[in-house]
Design a protein around this ligand. Sequence first.
Ligand SMILES: Cc1ncc(COP(=O)(O)O)c(C=O)c1O
Length: 362
Amino acid sequence: MVTTGRTTNWFMRPAAREWVHCPTSTGARAFHQSLPGYEPTPLTSLPDLAEELGVRAVLVKDESSRLGLPAFKVLGASWAVAQIIAARTGSGTDLGSLRGATAGSGLRLVTATDGNHGRAVAYMARLLGVSATVFVPAVMTPAAFNAIAAEGADVVRTDLDYDAAVAAAAGFAGDHPDRELVQDTAWDGYEQVPAWIVEGYDTMLAEVDEQLGATPDLVAIPVGVGSLAQAVIAHYRRPGDHPALLSVEPDSAACVLESLLAGTSVSVRTRATVMAGLNCGTVSGTAWPHLRDGCDAAVAVTDDQALKAVSDLGRLGVSSGPSGAATLAGVRVALAQPERRRALRIGGDSTFVLLSTEGASR
Ligand SMILES: Cc1ncc(COP(=O)(O)O)c(C=O)c1O
């Protein structure tokens, strides 16, 4: 179902705070730590923003440089690719075993992307010496297109939106024995790979735990298909203290907000936005139950609000692109009204974590 006509940019469900989810442990973190160039990304305290928002601390998880790429997405793509190859060949998941298992195999990784995920899949293909085909929607900047091509992938420009580009990639991969679809969104019958991608994102949150040494009071998440949000909800709805979790989307592609308002997963028609990584019309099938049950609030922000956040973060020394800076725009909109602060249990002592999931484009 495609909906239109949303009349609010806000949704809240305080009962979501009580939802408990027991996570399973995976080898994703150890795998990431074994990759060339792995380092935890910074968690940067910005007192100016804390003062502006009337809270004790605002910490920005800065994903502008993650394993040599300018976004967090490689955490999911790398772990999923390792698991796919291990499942195909019975190999271990260390780089040497993965390279040995794929040498001369003709393996081709296939995906669709609005930018960062496709670049991460192309990067993994290059690292392992295999091929990649990346389908891109009609709306993509030349810089994002060229960055994927520069990793050596075959890039297929379509005249489609993101959802249809995903369908095109899935069709191309089909049942071909040498092609593996590495997609970061789930639908009926395609759940395992997105589940691995979600597992990979947990590395970012495990780092936050270590860097902060405490549970924050609010975590703001930039949302496209919701796989990152699924990882955040799974992580922070463990038994124990629970922060408020805020989903932030572009107002032109707010499929999670629209679905939460409708009480069921709905697709939305999307328009171009500067928040390219968040330009998705349908929530991932496996992310939806997590968002429905475990997400406290959802907000939609405009391009102007995201661009102001980009420039404010840049002035404060954090490189953040519009999809990452959307979280600052989101908390600004969310907390503008005192009753929302109260419902989210935010006060002067609160600590916020803003996930800034990409660097400013150069
Ligand atoms: C920079 C950035 N942030 C956030 C997201 C949202 O992740 P998800 O699509 O899993 O919701 C994306 C997705 O591509 C992204 O590129």
